[in-house]
Design a protein around this ligand. Structure first.
Ligand SMILES: *[C@@H]1O[C@H](CO)[C@@H](O)[C@H](O)[C@H]1NC(C)=O
Length: 375
């Protein structure tokens, strides 16, 4: 009796570990869709179950950008530029928390869904397309992000997503930006009847000055946009709006592309995003370790963020959860998704209200830092 119970418990335990594994799928016939080093792109997939078999969460992995050709050559030798060393099963931390968890307790609305962790390996938020291989110090590298995204959607459709009823496109950081940039393109690749929603997390990188007053992040994105030839890869309504100007690079930034996105979008972001404070403002501290002068820069940024995010905040149809916590990416952590509160409500609950058209708040903006005690 004891042994049987033990056996059952053991197999149940193993099933929790085994049955919910996410396995690597590499794109079989990639043609032009290549990682920086020329290897095939791919994704991890954990199959849906119960009522989730025809429902899909597509998470676009982030991880920054490669900023010039030498940097991209370096990237091509890492997991963010090559599929050569990707493990067969997804690392545990990829798909087991927050919105991506398969546990009802952690993720009550979406735990049964198919979850896809799209592997980032192009260095430009899945947006570039340079036809010929690019020579760097005698090595060929490839700028093919948009082809990667399209090939992965095709591979998923071949693997069952063609009968999808609901699809959520999400991603964090450079992947959150990608969710904005490719919101409408991904929709256009899915069956028309799909209920489709976009949930970018920490992808609203704003066009703000650094502490010296330089608009330096703008030149970073302009260079990247031009180097990887992203004009055909980003939102085409945005590109059309900026055609004839020298400002097409703006379509690589969420605040400029957001007004052209027609897919329903829920923006999850911190008003005090740590990556942006460090890399856009170039602030050398985070509170509480800042001087009074540095705190002025900190508050200046949070104001600029709200101005840049005005179209998100004022939208009557799109949702948002904008908190004043010192964070970057929150949907893939249990506490980020289901713990921190704005107006007494979690990100999960706010998204759920919006997604399922329930009663209750769907677009919430926090009080100013450091008011939020749930961070
Ligand atoms: C740049 O992108 C456009 C649109 O996708 C494409 O037609 C063109 O061939 C690309 N240029 C190069 C140099 O690959």
């Amino acid at each position: 009796m004891f042994l049987i119970a033990y056996g059952l418990a053991l197999s149940f335990f193993l099933c929790i570990i085994e049955c919910r594994d996410a396995n690597l799928v590499l794109v079989e016939n990639p043609r032009e869709a290549l990682c920086l080093d020329g290897s095939p792109p791919g994704y991890y997939i954990r199959k849906g179950f119960g009522s989730g078999v025809n429902k899909w969460i597509l998470h676009l992995q982030g991880g920054g950008w490669c900023y010039d050709k030498d940097d991209c050559l370096k990237w091509s030798k890492t997991d963010l530029g090559s599929s050569k060393n990707w493990p067969q099963k997804a690392p545990y931390t990829y798909l087991n928390s927050g919105l991506l968890s398969y546990l009802k307790t952690k993720n009550p609305d979406f735990y049964e869904w198919n979850v896809v962790h799209v592997q980032y390996c192009d260095g430009a938020s899945y947006s570039g397309y340079v036809e010929s291989p690019v020579q760097v110090s005698g090595t060929s590298i490839y700028f093919r992000g948009i082809k990667i995204l399209e090939a992965i959607i095709q591979s998923l459709k071949d693997g069952g997503m063609n009968s999808a009823e609901e699809v959520i496109l999400t991603g964090c950081s450079a992947g959150g930006l990608a969710a904005f940039l490719h919101a409408d393109r991904v929709k256009s690749l899915l069956p028309r009847s799909v209920k489709y929603r976009v949930l970018p997390d920490a992808g609203y990188f704003i066009d703000a000055p650094n502490v010296d007053g330089d608009m330096h992040i703008r030149s970073v994105y302009t260079n990247l946009f031009n180097m990887q030839n992203c004009s055909g890869g980003v939102d085409q309504d945005c590109i059309a709006a900026y055609s004839g100007s020298n400002d097409a690079w703006k379509c690589f930034m969420a605040q400029y592309t957001y007004p052209y996105i027609s897919s329903p979008t829920f923006t999850l972001h911190s008003l005090t995003d740590t990556w942006q404070l460090e890399n856009i403002v170039e602030l050398d501290c985070l509170p509480p370790s800042c001087t009074a002068t540095q705190m002025k820069e900190f508050y200046k940024f949070t104001k600029e963020f709200k101005v840049a995010a005005a179209p998100v905040i004022s939208s009557s149809t799109n949702g948002a959860f904008l908190n004043s916590c010192l964070k970057h990416c929150q949907s893939m952590s249990s506490y980020g998704w289901n713990g921190r509160l704005v107006k007494g409500q979690t990100a999960a609950a706010t998204f759920s209200n919006w997604y399922f058209k329930k009663e209750g708040l769907k677009n919430v903006v926090d009080c100013p830092y450091p008011c939020n005690k749930s961070c």
